[in-house]
Design a protein around this ligand. Sequence first.
Ligand code: PGA
Length: 249
Amino acid sequence: MKNFLIIANWKMQLSYNRSLVYTQEIAHALAHEAHQAEIVICPSYDALAGVKKIINNSSLYLGAQDCSAHAQGPYTGQIQSQSLAEIGCSYCIVGHSEMRALGQSNQEIVQKVNQLINVNIVPIICIGERTQSNNFLDELQDQLFPLITLLKTVSYKTIAIAYEPVWAIGSGITPSKQHIEQVFSYILTCWRNGNLAGQPTLIYGGSVDDKNLQSITTISNLSGLLVGGASLDSQKFKKIVRSCIIDKQ
Ligand code: PGA
């Protein structure tokens, strides 16, 4: 069941030194599990190369938390997708709600996806409604359609879409299983209607922890989890990974 993805989004919670120490701890704790699920560690930019060095001898994968919408140029403070590829990133999160809140537009996020496809990094595109409302699918549609328009014009391999309702992130509240399944089938319908090849890897994120996993892992079409807070405790994270491996076998 190596295809089930478990992504640890460390956000800006750890300093450079702490990131390296914690990577050693995680690599040790998950040495066995890393052969049974695809575990992706996403530290902040500064720690990417150092983390990569540590996980080189393990089966863990490296991911970034964002990238520039441009290939190169006068963009102070931004990071090239090419550099992420050279450092050894296999994945990159884009469109996280914490970045959208700083002003990233759907169009910009789609340009980032394009940059990542160009360097063979799997984009993990986060989408999610801001508040609990009845017309949440309209908000998701606005986030999805520019992506589908891009994917009609480029050749891609794997595309991961992480459904992360903003109200569920860091709140301890998770949507019902039916709600997540409704969103997943909506994404798949948009995909089919856009005549896109293959199927996206569908991920859920938002307050995933070792206690609410049981209902989450039985969601139809679920191929992965994006874990924030609970990925910062190696024992908790290990429990999450182990439950996924058992439930998805
Ligand atoms: P959380 O964060 O697991 O702490 O809710 C998830 C995320 O923001 O990706």
